[in-house]
Design a protein around this ligand. Sequence first.
Ligand SMILES: Cc1cc2nc3c(=O)[nH]c(=O)nc-3n(C[C@H](O)[C@H](O)[C@H](O)COP(=O)(O)OP(=O)(O)OC[C@H]3O[C@@H](n4cnc5c(N)ncnc54)[C@H](O)[C@@H]3O)c2cc1C
Length: 222
Amino acid sequence: MRSAAWSQRKKHILPLVRRKQKLDTCISGLTRGDSEKFTLPARKADAVKAFEGFNTAVRAIIDMPQNELSKWAVFDTCVYPVPTFIRGRVCISGDAAHAAATYHGTGASFAVEDAAVLAQLLSTADEYTESHDVENGGISKPNLLRKSLETYNSIRLERAHWLVETSRHIGKIYQGQNAEVGVDSTKCAQEIDWRCRKIWHYDVNQMTRETKELFTKQLETV
Ligand SMILES: Cc1cc2nc3c(=O)[nH]c(=O)nc-3n(C[C@H](O)[C@H](O)[C@H](O)COP(=O)(O)OP(=O)(O)OC[C@H]3O[C@@H](n4cnc5c(N)ncnc54)[C@H](O)[C@@H]3O)c2cc1C
């Protein structure tokens, strides 16, 4: 899959092209605040008009869809982030915990990162119950679950909230609305680059190793 982005103030387009030049997905964004609905029907003529100031490549892409279009509103948890992902033996993960705007295209992978941490913790908790007897001072299963989720929260909260924040940030850059970088393409590219690398180059194996180490240490202090 390859992609490129074109942007103007309050407008951008990000077509994703698969091999053989087949257009897979086209995400185009317009900054508007005229509806509280999640989706609205859209007319191709409106899209063509909105992107008429772009180059011929973009106009050709906008002209491609044959079917009905729809406009999707973008909501996130940036303004009201949850203070914690856990309560007792219950946790939230994925979008329920950290819904991000779509501009990084990575919300699902963060949900997978959450799941990797939870899987590691449950497996470590399972090993613990096999080698520790509750009647001889071992931790009970409900308490073990509580402790697992506390570790989950401490490992995931900061990075997940960062995703929500950076997704908004990058959306503003795409649409020339970031005061610091403005429409300077070099600065925009640099800003997008380090943020994407923090997502792409994250070492998930290292994260699960640290999760196990931290949880094991916490169990030893009980
Ligand atoms: C346009 C768009 C493009 C995206 N592109 C990408 C991308 O390229 N890469 C990427 O990684 N991420 C992308 N994402 C983000 C990704 O889709 C989400 O981050 C991901 O789906 C979150 O997974 P989730 O399991 O947490 O939540 P969801 O996928 O929202 O799953 C929650 C499920 O729970 C169900 N549900 C809700 N309430 C109830 C209930 N009361 N009872 C039973 N079931 C219920 C819902 O129907 C849904 O099936 C994109 C999102 C959008 C909107």
